[in-house]
Design a protein around this ligand. Structure first.
Ligand code: HEC
Ligand code: HEC
Ligand code: HEC
Length: 487
């Protein structure tokens, strides 16, 4: 907080009485930001007409282009000069660790060209093109512009960027690493594509409002190693809280959509998916996983470490985590994954009230098939729907097929999505399927969203949690309808 205030206060403010003044400025800024946010929230939800003073991206870029035409020639010389170098290779690795491609790609044939709509409570933000195209991408950006965007969340023309771009984490990344990423991006094929503009509700379309967001939710500054910790721990911390931005999904948010730092890594629901508690708590988090299992999960999407032995299951990465594994963590070196695990082990455990670990629920079904014989087919009987739709792969007993091999059909018993305290991810998996591509396997579970109605999905979900998982996790037809609309 005090760090922020020093920015608000003029540099040449009188020294005498400064502490008090600083306090007062802080309080004033706090009150004003709360007020602004309050007004903002009401405006967005009230019946008032929508304003839109945001410059369309293309227009802004056109203005930009004419201003900096002279520096263009300069910038254009860079791409080929650095191609192939070690720097570029390192930049590629780091860009993967930061998973830039996940958000900046809407269409796989146009990697890094943006256009992906990101839904926020305040409207839709569309990711920009970060290929070196001079007109629609960042070809005309200087390295200083790029550093400023990554570290301060400020765009080329000085405009505030929205925190849907995780600069609150990227600010931790060293200049050297940011510039390596830039060097790599410079070698990409420039793609001439201008993504559609944002559709944010007034007043969130006013970028300057982010000044207030930053005041409360953003600490500008590079990662500072902790000399009391090992090099491995520090590397893990640098990755987790910086480039790999695990907290964007795994840390709950406050009413301003900022990260709630008091409950870091304790889990959050975003766009229907529950990014689970990954603190070392034994019941609510991943405290009962072995290091090998955590590392295997990040590298392959399946938690089968060498030490798993007879116990199948724990977790399979689906939804956004499948994307994280596909685009990012599978490429990390053994050492970096190990460092991430070391760091995660050290964060304060947070108990969310669970009485046993997510992956310790359930028994194989023993009698449902016989119980069903002779009964009339009812379109919303969970057991029958399970046998008809799921049992070919997961077995009617729920024990899966192929045990824990890569690409196996996993056991639903002792599976974290089935044993979680809410059934969100299970319903999401049924609706939207699983898709994950790694060096080990192309994993695909079909989506049932188009074949099954909301009440059928609810019936299967409730059958699966009752039979194979946490019987307290249930889902209503209405909840399924909402989850269906996500993604
Ligand atoms: C979680 C999604 C997400 C990830 C991951 C992400 N970005 Fe972005 N990025 C965005 C969004 C959204 C914006 C647009 C923000 C706005 O319009 O204010 C953006 C904007 C930018 C901009 C500013 C571009 C412009 O035209 O103003 C740059 C540069 C950028 N990102 C680079 C990167 C790099 C490099 C990485 C990987 C290290 C990365 N981003 C990862 C979502 C993401
Ligand atoms: C884009 C959002 C997102 C990001 C970024 C993300 N995660 Fe996840 N994570 C999820 C979701 C959603 C799940 C649940 C997946 C499922 O149910 O299959 C999950 C699951 C997990 C699990 C398994 C928990 C369990 O009990 O099943 C671990 C471990 C994990 N994430 C670690 C990480 C780490 C470490 C990072 C950073 C390198 C990270 N995640 C980044 C969304 C994310
Ligand atoms: C064609 C085979 C197939 C069918 C049919 C199928 N699944 Fe799956 N299922 C898979 C595969 C493959 C995975 C992912 C395995 C992995 O992640 O390695 C999976 C994963 C899962 C998971 C774990 C997701 C997580 O996040 O941990 C659950 C739960 C699940 N399926 C439930 C179901 C249910 C319920 C049905 C019926 C509606 C069903 N499956 C039908 C193949 C199938």
């Amino acid at each position: 907080m005090t760090k922020k205030t020093s920015r608000v206060q003029p540099a040449d403010a009188p020294v005498q009485g400064a502490p008090r003044r600083r306090l007062r400025v802080t309080a004033l800024a706090a009150v004003f930001s709360l007020f602004a946010l309050y007004v903002a929230w009401h405006e967005a939800h009230g019946p008032t007409a929508r304003h839109n003073d945001e410059l369309p991206i293309t227009q802004a870029r056109a203005d930009d282009a004419s201003q900096s035409a002279d520096t263009a020639a300069n910038a254009a010389a860079t791409p080929t000069a650095v191609a192939g170098s070690e720097l570029v290779k390192r930049g590629e690795y780091l860009a993967r660790a930061g998973d830039c491609v996940a958000c900046h790609t809407a269409d796989k044939t146009r990697p890094f060209a943006g256009g992906l709509p990101i839904n926020t409570p305040f409207g839709t933000i569309v990711t920009p093109n970060i290929t070196p195209d001079p007109d629609t991408g960042i070809g005309k950006w200087s390295d200083a512009d790029f550093l400023r965007a990554m570290h301060e969340g400020i765009g080329k023309s000085g405009e505030r960027l929205y925190p849907a771009f995780p600069y609150a984490e990227y600010t931790k990344v060293t200049d050297q690493d940011v510039l390596a990423i830039r060097a790599y991006l410079n070698t990409l094929t420039p793609i001439h594509y201008a993504p559609p503009s944002n559709t944010l509700k007034f007043p969130f379309n006013l970028r300057w409002l982010m000044v207030f967001w930053n005041l409360f939710n953003f600490d500008e500054g590079r990662f500072v190693p902790d000399p009391k910790q090992s090099a491995e721990w520090n590397r893990g911390a640098y990755l987790v809280v910086g480039l790999a931005h695990c907290e964007e999904c795994h840390t709950p948010r406050n009413f301003m959509q900022g990260l709630k730092t008091s409950s870091r890594f304790s889990g959050a629901v975003q766009a229907g998916w529950h990014a689970y508690n990954i603190t070392p708590d034994k019941n609510s988090g991943v405290g009962n996983w072995s290091d090998d299992e955590l590392a295997a999960y990040l590298s392959t999407g399946v938690s089968t470490g060498v030490s798993t032995g007879a116990a199948p299951g724990r977790a399979n990465a689906a939804g956004p985590m499948a994307e994280v594994v596909t685009d990012s963590t599978q490429y990390l070196t053994h050492e970096d994954v190990g460092s991430i695990v070391t760091y995660l082990r050290s964060v304060p455990p947070i108990n969310g009230g669970e009485s046993r670990p997510r992956d310790q629920w359930g028994n194989p079904a023993v009698d449902d098939v016989t119980a069903m014989r002779g009964t009339t087919i009812n379109s919303v009987n969970g057991a029958q729907l399970f046998i008809a739709n799921c049992a070919t792969c997961h077995n009617w007993t729920g024990q899966g097929v192929g045990a824990s091999a890569a690409g196996a059909y996993p056991s639903l018993i002792h599976n974290s999505a089935v044993g979680a305290s809410d059934a969100n991810n299970l319903a999401m998996v049924i609706l939207h399927g699983v898709s994950r591509t790694t060096k080990q396997a192309d994993v695909l579970m079909p989506a049932f969203g188009t074949q099954l109605t909301d009440d059928q999905v609810a019936a299967i979900t409730n059958y699966v949690t009752k039979q194979f998982g946490n019987p307290q996790s249930t889902v209503t037809v209405d909840q399924v309808a909402k989850l269906r609309a996500q993604q």
